[in-house]
Every structure is written in structure tokens, then in C-alpha cells.
Design a protein around this ligand. Structure first.
Ligand code: PA5
Length: 479
């Protein structure tokens, strides 16, 4: 029998919907975007579309082809997972940024919200997933308290192989494992995901004989969730990675049209581009589903690191970008929505809704004698959450705060693949409109280099000298 993601009717029933009515002046009023403003961008949009097509054809956007060119990679991952999953109870990702946020987001979206607390049987025989991204010593020490080393597999993920956070974690774990099991015994507890040739981790993996997976050279960290960076952790916790890729391929088709009003990725980018021009420099992402909460974290990195740039492609200082803010509905209605409704009109709020939740919960028909409670009786939490989403949309519309809504028919691998791919293409497109390089991160490099210099890494002496000339802190301003 064919997989469901091979059936066109099922795929079409799982198509995401982007509703941008509340971005438009006809609805939200003068703070919105008019059709004529979109029309005046025609030439710029055509240029951006052309650049996207050319870059893809010239191998400058290799992440666009990931849904199609990984049959062997997927096979290798599935075989590897099948061969080790019985042996291990915990799978620990050591990675940060693009090497951590995708794995967290996908696992949280698809799996049981208390996945790690379930028995192994209820987890389908797959190990628990932990992601150790930060170098907060308390956290890693505490992780070692909860995992059973004998039954733990560590996945070191780093494209560059030089990220201090990840490599220092690897060094700590490697020593712990080798002390306990010897060099040979430690091997089976480590699997590496890194570049095929470049960086420190590749030669280490090859020399030590660690099992390893490849991050394709042309795919940068935050665009790498659909490579083994995300596919291995996902498959290791029972997620159907073939369906995830099929969802991305489906979205790719939707994003190929040059009819902007039918293309969710270009429209998302165009609206945000025009919004930025009006000073709307905050991009709020607000899923109405706990399962999608960490998509917010993943999106925040993608949008911020890609579009937050000082220079345009001609070297002119532009200082562009939207600050991403993560919110969760309905939780943040009781925290941030007051600001969204009455504060500055400097935001684009993106609601992410779900038509069908995986569970249904009825509210008992009690307290009918108390009208202010009784009205809830007999209804469901499903309806309550969706109604709150619509009500918040309405409140923001009324307040003139531009917003749009992305709806998933349900949260599954196919729809999630669409979400990931949609935001990636939108980010690339927004980069073209802004005329910036969406694929580098010089601002991050500066901080990394300063850390290396302060830590005394060879080759960073000049940077160290530069840092030594920074003004000394004045006690007057420290209280
Ligand atoms: O998007 C990026 O390139 C970064 O956020 C990286 O993912 C992050 O810095 C980690 O880099 P690496 O995978 O090289 O360890």
C-alpha cells in the first residue's frame, strides 16, 4: 500500500493555509499594507524570483534540493536507527543554534508532549531525546544525573566543527566515556554529524572510527534541519522522516509559482518586507498549540540570523531585520497580548493555528447554576483554544496591529515539513528583497572570535590585542 504522503488527495487535504487578510489596509486600516504597495514592488519581486531560481540552479541554495536528493541518506539513517535503538535508552544531541533548534522543534511537534517520561514501550521502542545546547555547567552535570551512560548515545552535531560550545561538550563526554569504557568501548556511544571534509570533527570522527553523517557543504546551520542534523534525531525518536521530506517537497511545489498572490513564501516575505519599511521591526510568532511552541525558537533563529544584517549586497550600511518574538497561545494572551493590542504598531503577529488537534477534551456540564462558568460546560478545550485564537486575531485587527494566520490541518510530519520549508523559502526571498546576504552571520562570528581571543586560541592574538584596548568599566556605573 502506498504511503499516505504519496496520495495526492491526502496531500492536498494537508495543505497549509496562509491567511493574510489582516495585513491588508482593507481590513486592518492605515497601519496595513495596500495592494498598490505590493504592485509597486513588481520589478523588485521579479528580480528576487529570478535570483531565487538562479541561485538554486547554480548550487547556491542547496537546502532547496534536500527534499529530493537524500534517498540514500534516509536509508542510511533508518538502518542505523534500527540497528542501535534497542541498545540505547537516551539519545543526546550535542549541538547549538542550527544544530539544535530544529531537532528540538520537530521532536516536540510530532511526539507525545511528555515523550521522555513515557516507558520505552510507549515510545515505540525508541530512546528518549535530550538536546544539550548550552554550556551552562549546571545543565550538563544535571543531564548526567538523569541518563544512564551505559544506555546513552551522543550525537555531536556541528557543521563547522569549531563551535566552542559543541566541541567542548564533546571533549567532556568523550573523556567520560573513554574513562568508563576505554577508547574502543566509547566509540559505540558517539555518532557525529558534520561536514564531509571541513572542520575539526571530520578528521576526529574518521580517525576514531565514529559512525558519522554528512551535512552537505552548501547547507548552512539554520537551513539544515532537513539534513541528517534534524533527520537523525527525528528518526531516532520514531518520526517518519520520509513524510517530513515529502511535506517539504509539497511546499516547494507551492512556492514555485510566480503568481505572488498564490505563493505563500513570497507573499510572507513581501508582506514582512513592506512591514519593515513601515518600521514594523518585530516579528511575533504565536502558535496556538503547545506542540508548535518550539517552532517559534527555530523560526526565531532563521529569521533573525538570516535577515538581521548591517550591510546590503553593495556594502551600504542598512541595519535591517525584524526582531523575532516567541509567544504561545493562549498562554501569552495573559502575558504579552496587552502590549500587542495597545502598544506600538511595530509588529507583524503571525498566528500558527491547527484545525484538528491530536486529542479532544470535553468540559463537563457542571455549574449550570453559575452562568459565568456554566457556558463552558459541554464545550471542548479544542473549541476554546481555537475561539481564543480567533478572538485574539479580532482584537489585534481592531487595534490596528497587522497579523496573519498560518493554519495546519493537523500537526504531522507532512504539515511540519511544509512549515519548515515555507519559512526557509520565505527567509531566502526576504533576503533578496532586502538585498542582503541571508546566508552568512558575521555578527555571530564576531562574538565567536572574541571568545576565542579571550580564551587564548592560537591565531587570535590580534583580536586579543583589540579587545585589550576596550575601555575599562567604570565603577560609577556598577551598583
Ligand atoms: O545558522 C548557523 O550557521 C549557526 O547558527 C550555526 O548553526 C551555529 O552557530 C552552530 O554552528 P555549527 O553547526 O558549525 O556548530
Amino acid at each position: 500500500m502506498a504511503n499516505r504522503y504519496e496520495q495526492q488527495s491526502w496531500k492536498d487535504s494537508m495543505r497549509l493555509k496562509l491567511d493574510f487578510n489582516n495585513m491588508m489596509t482593507e481590513y486592518v486600516g492605515e497601519t496595513g499594507i495596500s495592494q498598490s504597495e505590493i504592485a509597486t514592488l513588481e520589478k523588485q519581486i521579479e528580480k528576487a524570483e529570478k535570483a531565487m531560481v538562479e541561485k538554486r540552479a547554480n548550487g547556491k541554495m542547496d537546502w532547496r534540493d534536500l527534499p529530493y536528493n537524500q534517498a540514500d541518506v534516509v536509508k542510511d539513517i533508518i538502518e542505523y536507527v534500527d540497528s542501535v535503538k534497542d541498545e540505547f535508552d537516551s539519545f543526546v544531541v550535542l549541538g547549538i543554534g542550527g544544530s539544535a533548534l530544529g531537532p528540538i522543534a520537530v521532536q516536540q511537534a510530532i511526539n507525545h508532549p511528555y515523550y521522555n517520561e513515557l516507558s520505552k514501550e510507549k515510545r515505540g521502542g525508541y530512546p528518549k531525546l535530550y538536546v544539550a545546547d548550552n554550556v551552562d555547567p549546571e545543565k550538563l552535570v544535571s543531564l548526567l544525573d538523569v541518563i544512564e551512560l551505559d544506555k546513552t548515545l551522543f550525537n555531536v552535531i556541528t557543521k563547522s566543527g569549531s563551535t566552542s560550545e559543541t566541541m567542548s561538550q564533546f571533549m567532556i563526554i568523550k573523556e567520560i566515556l573513554e574513562e568508563k569504557y576505554g577508547v574502543e568501548g566509547a566509540k559505540k556511544h558517539i555518532v557525529c554529524t558534520t561536514d564531509a571534509e571541513k572542520g575539526n570533527l571530520r578528521p576526529i570522527a574518521d580517525e576514531q572510527g565514529y559512525k558519522s553523517f554528512i551535512i552537505p557543504a552548501g547547507v548552512g546551520g539554520r537551513f539544515s534541519e532537513l539534513t541528517p542534523v534534524g533527520l537523525l534525531p527525528a528518526a531516532m525518536c520514531g518520526i517518519d522522516i520520509e513524510e517530513l521530506l515529502a511535506g517539504a517537497a509539497y511546499m516547494d511545489e507551492l512556492c514555485k509559482t510566480d503568481n505572488t498572490f498564490k505563493n505563500p513564501a513570497s507573499m510572507y516575505a513581501i508582506l514582512n518586507y513592506l512591514a519593515m519599511k513601515k518600521g514594523k521591526n518585530i516579528s511575533v510568532i504565536m502558535p496556538y498549540a503547545d506542540s508548535l511552541k518550539y517552532i517559534g525558537d527555530w523560526y526565531a533563529q532563521l529569521w533573525a540570523e538570516s535577515l538581521g544584517k548591517k550591510f546590503d549586497n553593495e556594502g551600504k550600511v542598512v541595519n535591517v531585520g525584524q526582531t523575532p518574538v516567541r509567544a504561545l497561545g493562549a498562554t501569552d494572551q495573559h502575558s504579552q497580548v496587552q502590549l500587542y493590542a495597545e502598544g506600538p504598531k511595530d509588529k507583524v503577529v503571525v498566528f500558527v493555528g491547527v484545525d484538528n488537534y491530536k486529542a479532544s477534551l470535553e468540559i463537563p456540564n457542571i455549574y449550570s447554576n453559575i452562568p459565568s462558568l456554566g457556558f463552558l460546560g459541554g464545550e471542548t478545550h479544542n473549541k476554546l483554544l481555537k475561539t481564543e485564537q480567533m478572538a485574539t486575531e479580532y482584537a489585534l485587527l481592531k487595534a490596528g496591529q497587522t497579523n496573519m494566520t498560518l493554519t495546519l490541518p493537523e500537526v504531522n510530519e507532512f504539515t511540519l515539513g511544509q512549515v519548515l520549508y515555507l519559512f526557509e523559502v520565505a527567509t531566502g526571498f526576504a533576503g533578496e528583497l532586502l538585498d542582503i546576504n541571508a546566508f552568512d552571520q558575521p555578527g555571530v562570528e564576531e562574538g565567536k572570535n572574541a571568545t576565542y581571543a579571550m580564551f587564548g586560541r592560537p591565531g587570535y592574538e590580534e583580536k586579543k590585542a583589540e579587545l585589550d584596548t576596550r575601555p575599562a568599566k567604570n565603577d560609577k556605573y556598577i551598583i
